[in-house]
Ligand binder design. Structure first.
Ligand code: ADP
Ligand code: ADP
Length: 231
């Protein structure tokens, strides 16, 4: 069952240098529980694609469906509900420095006037930060910060986890830990994980398939054989 479905999607921007085609006629489906890579150099259209998947922008042409729902058809309220089903992990962690680890993880729930303290506790354990729950982000390493960000993204129990260059600020060993954690999130919570990266190695480590983008065009779908993947 496809969780993410792009049909004939193009996205153009009016820029000083004229019209920029950030995405050019992209058709793509991502299945439930898949670890899917979005691979490309700078300017390939990856960030644009993420904004479309998150419903922050709509395509100039074509449709984006998440869980069978056309995002462009949603009004503001319905879009907000849909956002709860989509978690995002950013390259730069985006944590609040004046909030503890636990408070950072609770944030998306608070924004929705919800509480789920037991689940937050289990997320702290899931990312191995239970003994750091009262610490502040500045007291933690880069890998630990990214683990908070992953727990925060999972707090609303999303169907889809969008990860924007989740390892580019991390060293090699920490990168491997974070990728394993994303795989565990898929296994434990059944989340579909989309990883945007410019690094082929990241894709090879955890993704079964990856879409390769070049200047807004989908060039090919890479299939990574299970035997090539570091399990
Ligand atoms: P990537 O994330 O792969 O680096 P982007 O999606 O950021 O690629 O950008 C793809 C192309 O679209 C680039 O040429 C970029 O300059 C352009 N672009 C992206 N967002 C905007 C915007 N808001 N306004 C104008 N041009 C944009
Ligand atoms: P990334 O580092 O993830 O590739 P970018 O640096 O391409 O992201 O884009 C960062 C932000 O700047 C995005 O929100 C995008 O919309 C905006 N942006 C990118 N290119 C342009 C552009 N040419 N004109 C205006 N905004 C842009």
């Amino acid at each position: 069952r496809p969780v993410v479905e792009l049909r004939d999607v193009s996205k153009r921007y009016d820029a000083d240098r004229g019209v920029v085609t950030a995405l050019d006629d992209v058709t793509l489906t991502i299945d439930e529980r898949e670890m899917f890579g979005i691979l490309g150099e700078s300017g390939a259209g990856k960030s644009t694609l993420l904004r479309l998947l998150g419903g922050l922008e709509h395509p100039s042409e074509g449709t984006v469906h998440i869980d069978g729902v056309d995002l462009a058809s949603l009004d503001r309220r319905a879009m907000n509900r849909m956002r709860h089903r989509i978690g995002t992990v950013f390259q730069g962690f985006n944590l609040l420095g004046n909030r503890t680890v636990r408070q950072n993880i609770e944030l998306p729930l608070r924004i929705q006037h919800r509480r789920d303290p037991e689940f937050v506790t289990s997320l702290l354990e899931f990312v191995s930060l239970a003994d750091r729950s009262g610490h502040y982000p500045a007291q933690l390493s880069g890998g630990e910060k990214q683990r908070i960000a992953i727990a925060r993204a999972l707090a609303t129990r999303p169907n889809v986890l969008l990860c924007d260059e989740p390892t580019s600020a991390l060293d090699t060993n920490t990168t491997a830990d974070i990728l394993r954690l994303l795989q565990n999130a898929r296994d434990e919570f059944g989340t579909t994980v989309v990883i945007v990266t410019h690094e082929l190695d990241v894709v090879k480590t955890v993704c079964a398939r990856a879409a390769v983008f070049e200047r807004g065009r989908l060039q090919e779908i890479l299939t990574v054989r299970a035997s090539d993947r570091a399990e």
